[in-house]
Ligand binder design. Structure first.
Ligand code: ZN
Length: 216
């Protein structure tokens, strides 16, 4: 069993999520900040009329693939269909793109992972405002120390899916609008199976990055 963090190495495009009309049910998330809120129905996006990419990340850190890639992954490469949610525009019209929205959650990362909470973290759930403790060294063109994701091995989590989200979330969460802060929720990392990674690579999808997690 091998699992990988799915990343993206190009500038973000378009907007998505709660700020543009995706419905959510706060009864699932943190009662104080809203982290890990459950999204309901299709993911709303803006700016996708002009986007021609088969894989991109929005300004809200949501990962989106084209409908063609969705069909190839699930039909030609047998990737499990759960976790793919079609996107819609503000008027509710479905668009030929799918949001990667994993249903299952990995356990907390183990010691040795290069993730650390920031000072602004919610004191109730302690699940938002994670960031990398590794820093990009521009002269060496690498992270120092190298990014590490360490997990306890649990095959059962992957029995019916090729995509899971991290327990840890990046960025802030605002359950209630106040001042300049709009309602938004921190985003998890996405981890995928080796089957998913191989399919992405076979399809020649550019700008996708994969960092392998260490399984204990
Ligand atoms: Zn919280």
């Amino acid at each position: 069993m091998r699992i990988f963090n799915l990343g993206y190495s190009e500038a973000e495009k378009g907007e998505s999520g709660e700020a543009v009309g995706t419905k959510y049910d706060t009864s699932y998330g943190c009662i104080k900040c809203g982290t890990n809120t459950k999204y309901i129905g299709n993911t709303a996006v803006t700016g996708f009329g002009k986007i021609k990419k088969n894989f991109c990340v929005t300004l809200d850190s949501d990962k989106i693939i084209s409908e063609q890639v969705y069909h190839s992954l699930t039909e030609d490469f047998d990737v499990a269909t759960n976790g793919f949610v079609q996107v819609m525009n503000k008027k509710g019209i479905l668009l030929p793109f799918y949001h990667l929205r994993p249903e299952g959650t990995l356990p907390k990362m183990e010691e040795g992972s290069t993730l650390a909470p920031q000072q602004k973290q919610c004191d109730h759930c302690q699940r938002n405002w994670f960031a990398y403790s590794s820093r990009w060294n521009s002269s060496k063109k690498m992270f120092e120390p190298p990014i590490r994701y360490v997990y306890k091995y649990d095959q059962t989590l992957w029995e019916a899916t090729d995509m899971l989200k991290s327990w840890e979330h990046f960025g802030g969460s605002n359950l209630v609008e106040h001042g300049d802060y709009v309602i938004r929720f921190a985003r998890p990392l996405i981890f995928v199976s080796e089957k998913f990674k191989n399919a992405f690579e076979a399809l020649g999808i550019k700008k996708a990055t994969f960092i392998e997690a260490e399984l204990l």
